[in-house]
Design a protein around this ligand. Sequence first.
Ligand code: SAM
Length: 289
Amino acid sequence: MRLQTGDHKTLLEKLLGATSRSGRLQSRLFVQLKRVSERLGIRVIPISESMFDMEEEFNSLYKSCRAYTESTPERMYALYKAVEHVVHSGIGGDLVECGVWRGGSCMLMAMTLMLHRDTSRRIYLYDTFTGMTSPTEKDFFLKDGRKALDMWKGSGDAVQSRWLAVPMEEVRENILSTGFPEERLVFVKGRVEDTIPGVVPRGVSVLRLDTDWYASTIHELTHLYPLLADGGVLLVDDYGVWAGAREAVDEYFARQGIRMLLNRIDYTGRIGVKPCRGEPRDGSADVPD
Ligand SMILES: C[S@@+](CC[C@H](N)C(=O)[O-])C[C@H]1O[C@@H](n2cnc3c(N)ncnc32)[C@H](O)[C@@H]1O
């Protein structure tokens, strides 16, 4: 099949319009869609194929919260495993997300805690609930250098951006729809630069950072990473995409002299387990006598 300019859109619209007709038709359409995409240099993988190795428990939780998050299945799975890990390993502390948007990641935290019958921990939700704060020159797309400031200015008036603004009451309703106890939710409204360290948990077991910019990310690390328990899990959402988030993470760990394996979850997400302070750094504990 030879495609003319403009054919791609029409063909895709036809394919998508017909997807509900039958399973057999769907798989034929998928083959066509894959062919067209490959000509465009795009790889199409069915969701079921990219998630086949993930536990069924996760898949069903993910279905209930995917409409409320910007995160990928890979990053949500990493969060699910992080919560499961701290519960199973008895690592104490509350769960924290900085930058919650519609609340999808916190819904997953809540549902995972309930799945493992642990509702003793609180979930702290930090957000302006009025959208992204102003970025600086440090904040640009690593891929193409596009400046966050230009995007921020284009998404509101001169004073306040409405980029990713979701009112707190809407987020609260989303989280409560999971059945998680309301008294275990701590909503902290405002710029993290203003609200932290004024309102922080006594201890943290899972720390998820997703406010995108340098200034907020370095502030969160400075005040919240020290509260993370040894063996607790840090997840950084924007390390691969936003230059400022990456700079903040690299700067913080270099300054503190902390060597942490921050592993890749997907094109942007990173995950690491806080090293235990008692462990010798030269690995001598692993050498038999
Ligand atoms: C990318 S969204 C978060 C997506 C969300 N974690 C998810 O799983 O879908 C970024 C969020 O960070 C919030 N935010 C950005 N800068 C902030 C700051 N300095 N203080 C507090 N919240 C901030 C925005 O309001 C927005 O809701």
